[in-house]
Design a protein around this ligand. Structure first.
Ligand code: ZN
Length: 296
């Protein structure tokens, strides 16, 4: 990625913040098992298939030990890691206040003065991507439910508080490797006519977002396709659901390979852009909106 594109990407979202988020995603805190927790709770977010379990052992009115474990997208996992780090040893009242403050932050409120924020400021940029706010909030709503369950005298609501089911590492994004078929090779040799936009779009439908499991076209991530018929060169402008996407570079590569695989294409230029910000409400296909289940 060149410098100009990089500056674009970090608009409103500093590189430092991105690094903090990725650090929490790659090296999550609070994973250590809590023996005999007082309460545990499972949470899920169908958008990315995020699954999380929050288990707490209390120490009087404080959080003695907290385990946040699960699998899911970078934002949900980073948010859970930051939560575990920040709330360790804090009072239950602080925990509730922090959860409320984080919800406020995701909806544009300033962080309350005097309340410790830890690394959570690094997630502030997520509020520009409304669909992903659910991911950021998942650990917090799960914690709130756990604390509420505990208040009501419920114990270990989680279906498996040994958390063994979460022990398996998250599979890496399913790589979509495009292999040119012999037909395509032959087509290149015979210099077929440049493809139409629809042929390019069909090829891009073969590339999926590894976090949301839908193809780039139906998600509305492809902003434009231009075919230079003379040069047989295709230029694609695309975005990602969030600049935090850890698979961003590979998705751009996959898109490029897919375009290069279309008969008649000699060259492909896939540009990653961040304006306008992706908004599935207006950009995604209807079945994707239904799948996201967020339009009620
Ligand atoms: Zn997510």
């Amino acid at each position: 990625m060149d410098n100009a594109a990089h500056e674009n990407e970090t608009e409103g979202l500093s590189t430092l913040y991105r690094d903090v988020v990725m650090d929490h995603y790659r090296t999550p805190r609070g994973r250590a098992e809590v023996a005999a927790p007082d309460v545990s709770r499972d949470g899920a977010n169908p958008l990315c298939g995020d699954e999380i379990t929050v288990a707490v052992k209390f120490d009087g009115d404080r959080i003695g030990k907290m385990q946040v474990k699960g699998r899911g997208c970078s934002i949900s996992m980073a948010s859970g890691s930051m939560m575990a780090e920040l709330l360790q040893g804090r009072t239950l009242e602080d925990a509730r206040k922090t959860a409320a403050a984080f919800r406020g932050l995701m909806h544009g409120d300033p962080w309350p003065a005097g309340l410790e924020q830890g690394d959570l400021d690094a997630l502030e940029g997520v509020r520009k991507f409304p669909v992903r706010v659910k991911c950021a909030m998942l650990p917090w709503t799960t914690l709130e439910e756990a604390l509420e369950a505990h208040e009501k005298g419920e114990v270990c609501v989680g279906k498996d508080h040994s958390l063994a089911e979460h022990a398996a590492p998250k599979p890496a994004g399913v790589p979509v490797t495009y292999a040119a078929t012999p037909e395509h090779e032959a087509a290149h040799d015979g210099l077929p006519p440049a493809p139409g936009k629809e042929q390019v779009m069909d090829a891009l439908r073969e590339v999926r977002d590894p976090e949301i499991h839908q193809n780039l076209v139906d998600l509305g991530l492809i902003y434009s396709v231009d075919v230079d018929e003379q040069a047989r060169r295709v230029t694609v402008r695309m975005t990602l659901t969030t600049p935090y996407c850890p698979f961003g570079t590979s998705m751009v590569e996959e898109a490029k390979n897919a375009v290069l695989g279309v008969g008649g294409v000699k060259d492909a230029d896939v540009q990653l852009v961040w304006e306008p910000v992706w908004d599935p409400k207006t950009m995604a296909a209807d079945h994707v909106k239904d799948m996201l289940g967020i339009w009620e």
